[in-house]
Every structure is written in structure tokens, then in C-alpha cells.
Design a protein around this ligand. Structure first.
Ligand code: SAM
Ligand code: SF4
Length: 330
């Protein structure tokens, strides 16, 4: 594997790429989407071959870690073909973020196709609250999916919970007990101001990682984990369990100085930062004439100069980034 050739103006090395494979989803989570969404027309969406080409060229530039995300990656037709292809690139880490709704049938094929790890979103263990947050989701299907994932033998499984005050913050102890029982890691995420939503006030709903931690500490000791996660989460362990508890805190603990990631949207927009609009259009290069890998790599290398130093999310609930998370590739 080559050393990463991707370094930005602030000396950060980029070796982690999140590829969005669709903007579509079978859920409509209240923090992620508006209820009534318009999705992209097909011709604006990268083909699976184009996505694989982007992945291959990032790997040639030293990328060691790829995460497929969306939208919901498992609603993309023939997604297993892409997983199989990227699975041959020799990545150190190949992961997917999913809402889990299709894992009861897809977990094993994904594992067999070469996926190493899964992040599964789970915001509530109460069927009604789960439906209320996801608008369309069925909790039991997701719970079955989590079990199927555990049986499939992934290297790692992590639950992701976006915590919202008055909505699911009271469930934090139960979610921790669930993760301990299932022996899977869990991360608690502060809601980010991505896309304009009217369903709730993001500022009022913000539950900071420090608040979540103090709730957990009423029941369990949390000891900072020593290993570097290579991601934005800060991890802790409990003395009597093998699982890790992570906190992703874009508001309260800025993680930009160690950022090693970029994202590619399903339209082929290379996003240099989750919380800024700096981007480069890779689809234009992918559909140019002639299309060459050299040109694609040079475009990616040049784009690193655009990576901003940090994001500036505020907790006032004001919208700063107009694209929704499903467009961003969370
Ligand atoms: N559909 C998949 C899922 O839900 O896991 C993958 C895509 S989703 C956009 C990726 C992650 O982003 C999920 O864990 C979701 O909870 C999180 N997310 C979505 N919108 C968010 C927001 N506004 N703030 C913080 N996290 C968000
Ligand atoms: Fe879909 Fe994931 Fe967004 Fe929920 S968070 S609406 S599951 S893309």
C-alpha cells in the first residue's frame, strides 16, 4: 500500500474516504431529512462503475479506509457488486453505515463480499419512539438486522445514536445496556445543522456529549480508551465490558485538527469538509472525454488545497449547511 499522497495545507494526511452510494432511503429520520424529499434524477447519480473508479483511484493515492454510506446504502440496487469490487482493493478497513432495515438478509452477503465492519444507526429501543424518529422505520426489523450482523462475523459492529433532548435522551442507559448485552460498540452523536428541517429546533434538542457522558457515569465508570480510533469519535471503556463507548461531538469537542477524511457525494462532488461547502466536481472528470485515471488523481490531489481548517457549527440551531446529511454521506 503506498503512503498517502494526499496532504492538505494544514499538514493533515487524508487516508479515509466516505463514499455515498445513494441519496435515497427507506427511512426519513427527523434530523436527517425533510418528510417530503425530492431525490436526484438517475443521470446525476454516479454509476456503480464510476463509484468504483473513484474508490480505486483514492486507493492508488494511499487511501486505507473506505466507508460506504448514503442515504441508505442497502437500497442501492446491486450494491453487493460494488462491495465485492472494492473488497478486492486491499483496504486496511472497509466499512458501511446503514440503518439496519435490510441487514437480516444482507448482513451475511455483505460480509462474504468483503465488508469488514458495520455501523448501524439505532436511536431508540421503543418501537413507537423509533417510528417517530425515523418516520417510517420498523424497530423489530432493525433489531433482527443487528442480530444477523452479529452472526455474520464482522470484525466490528458499532451502533450510532443521535441524541435529542426530550426525544431519546432518557433512553441512554437502556441503549448502553443493549450494547453491553449484544457486545457491540456504541457511539453517541451530537446533532449537526445539515439541511433545513422544520420538525424540531436543533438548538433546543442538542444534547451535548458531556451531558450524555454524565448520564452514563451514573451507572458505569468510563475510562478513556488508549487506542487511536482514526475517526472523529472519542472512545471510552467500562471496566466490566469489552465494548467501547464513543462520543462524536461536532459542537462541544471540535475534532478538525486530526481530520483525515473526505467525502464523495453520490453526484461525484468531492467534499473536503462535512461542515463547509468546499468541493470539487469529480463527475465532470469521470464523464469527460477522454476520461483518464491520471486526470482523476490529479484532480483529487489538487482538491486537497481546498480542505478548510475547521468547521463552524453553532448550537443556535441556525442552518449553516444547506445540504442534508443524506446528500453529504454521513
Ligand atoms: N442511512 C444510513 C444510516 O442511517 O446509518 C447511513 C447514512 S446516515 C446519513 C449516517 C449517519 O449520520 C447516521 O448514523 C445518522 O444517524 C447520522 N446523521 C444523519 N443526520 C444527522 C445530523 N443532522 N446530525 C448528526 N448525525 C446525523
Ligand atoms: Fe435514512 Fe440514514 Fe438519513 Fe435516517 S439517517 S433518513 S436512515 S439516510
Amino acid at each position: 500500500m503506498p503512503q498517502s499522497n494526499l496532504t492538505d495545507r494544514f499538514g493533515r494526511t487524508v487516508n479515509y474516504v466516505r463514499l455515498s452510494v445513494t441519496d435515497r432511503c427507506d427511512f426519513r429520520c427527523v434530523y436527517c431529512m425533510a418528510e417530503d424529499m425530492t431525490f436526484l434524477p438517475r443521470q446525476q447519480v454516479l454509476t456503480l462503475e464510476e463509484i468504483a473508479r473513484v474508490a480505486r483511484n483514492f486507493v492508488a493515492l494511499g487511501t486505507e479506509k473506505i466507508r460506504l454510506t448514503g442515504g441508505e446504502p442497502l437500497v442501492r440496487k446491486d450494491i453487493l457488486e460494488l462491495v465485492k469490487e472494492v473488497g478486492t482493493y486491499g483496504l486496511r478497513d472497509f466499512a458501511m453505515t446503514t440503518n439496519g432495515s435490510q441487514l437480516s438478509t444482507m448482513a451475511e452477503p455483505l460480509r462474504k463480499a468483503g465488508m469488514h465492519r458495520l455501523n448501524i444507526s439505532l436511536d431508540s429501543l421503543d418501537a413507537e419512539k423509533f417510528r417517530n424518529i425515523t418516520r417510517t422505520g420498523n424497530l423489530n426489523r432493525v433489531l433482527d438486522g443487528i442480530d444477523a450482523a452479529r452472526e455474520a462475523g464482522f470484525r466490528g459492529i458499532k451502533l450510532n445514536t443521535v441524541v435529542m433532548k426530550g426525544r431519546n435522551d432518557e433512553e441512554i442507559p437502556e441503549l448502553i445496556e443493549f450494547a453491553r448485552k449484544k457486545q457491540v460498540d456504541i457511539s453517541f452523536i451530537e446533532e449537526m445543522p445539515l439541511g433545513e428541517i422544520s420538525e424540531h429546533d436543533r438548538g433546543l434538542a442538542l444534547c451535548t456529549s458531556d451531558e450524555v457522558q454524565s448520564i452514563i457515569r451514573r451507572h458505569h465508570e468510563l475510562v478513556p480508551a488508549t487506542e487511536d480510533s482514526g475517526g472523529p469519535a472519542r472512545y471510552f471503556r467500562m471496566p466490566d465490558s469489552p465494548i467501547r463507548v464513543g462520543f462524536i461531538s461536532p459542537h462541544s469537542h471540535n475534532f478538525c485538527s486530526t481530520c483525515n477524511r473526505v467525502r464523495v457525494t453520490v453526484e461525484g462532488r468531492l467534499l473536503l469538509c462535512l461542515g463547509n461547502e468546499h468541493s470539487v466536481d469529480l463527475r465532470r472528470v469521470l464523464r469527460g472525454n477522454p476520461v483518464t485515471d491520471d486526470k482523476l488523481r490529479q484532480t483529487i490531489i489538487n482538491a486537497m488545497d481546498l480542505k478548510p481548517e475547521r468547521h463552524h457549527f453553532s448550537s443556535e440551531g441556525d442552518v449553516q449547511i444547506l445540504r442534508f446529511m443524506n446528500m453529504t454521506g454521513g
